[in-house]
Design a protein around this ligand. Structure first.
Ligand SMILES: Cc1cc2nc3c(=O)[nH]c(=O)nc-3n(C[C@H](O)[C@H](O)[C@H](O)COP(=O)(O)OP(=O)(O)OC[C@H]3O[C@@H](n4cnc5c(N)ncnc54)[C@H](O)[C@@H]3O)c2cc1C
Length: 225
């Protein structure tokens, strides 16, 4: 859906263009991309997750607002998926749902024959410590402990290290005790011509947060410009 919407916008969408610097000024904002190109605009809407946002240099945004944005965190997690010809776990009367004690935190059937698993923040370091050539085997060992040796025979598997991907630096918004008060009342607010949206700017992250804050921010931009 995102790609189809992007086609309608044509050349107005710039892909693989990393923002490094944002200067916010009423009457003319400037965004500098990696490589040095500068873009000018009446307003800036940031949809960056809070991790990558920390690396962007801002001017014209109040220290209090930046402190609030920079105080947020993401859960550092990874996702592993293994695809099989059929959901072999069902032959053992198992439904593929589990909470695990290994490196995998949980498994669930993503689709017919596809098992997904999450590596939660407290186990992410163990995952990073695995030498790359043995990673898949060690993760499949966790699956095999649950569902038997057939787990070692996926036709493909895929590991995505969301927690250390430079463009996400996490999985979903995480609120530790004390964070709500520390991030404070500026969370989720807008100060034209600088707007912030994205799932981290909602109460609990997730797709619902990305969509809700996106729509709310678009409304605000149309109202204020
Ligand atoms: C494995 C996994 C499973 C999930 N499962 C669910 C689920 O079941 N249900 C659910 O509701 N949510 C789920 N989520 C969470 C959900 O995917 C996210 O909350 C949501 O996609 C975040 O949307 P967003 O638009 O805020 O940010 P993103 O989709 O992360 O978009 C941010 C964009 O900013 C770009 N970017 C970063 N830095 C820069 C920069 N400097 N310059 C330019 N661009 C930059 C990134 O490349 C990216 O395209 C899951 C997430 C993961 C990782």
């Amino acid at each position: 859906m995102a790609l189809r919407m992007a086609t309608e916008l044509g050349r107005r969408i710039r892909l693989e263009a990393a923002v490094e610097e944002v200067a916010v000024r009423p009457g003319g904002c400037r965004v500098r991309l990696a490589g040095g190109e500068s873009l000018t605009a009446d307003a800036v809407v940031s949809a960056l997750p809070v991790g990558p946002l920390r690396s962007v240099a801002f001017t014209g945004v109040s220290e209090a607002r930046l402190a609030s944005l920079h105080r947020q965190r993401q859960a550092v997690a990874a996702k592993f998926a293994a695809a099989y010809d059929k959901p072999f776990w069902r032959s053992l009367d198992l439904n593929g749902l589990s909470e695990c004690e290994g490196v995998l935190g949980s498994t669930w059937p993503q689709s017919e024959g596809i098992l997904s698993a999450l590596i939660p923040p407290e186990r992410y370091g163990v995952l990073l410590g695995m030498p790359a050539p043995v990673r898949d085997h060690e993760l499949l060992s966790d699956v095999a402990r649950l569902y038997g040796a057939q787990a070692f025979q996926p036709f493909t598997s895929y590991l995505r290290l969301w927690g250390t991907d430079p463009w996400t630096q996490g999985y979903v918004t995480q609120w530790n005790p004390g964070d709500v008060m520390a991030v404070g009342p500026l969370h989720g607010t807008q100060k034209p011509p600088f707007y912030v949206c994205g799932s981290d700017q909602w109460v609990a992250g997730y797709m619902e947060g990305a969509v809700r804050t996106g729509r709310d921010t678009a409304r605000e931009v149309l109202r204020h410009g």
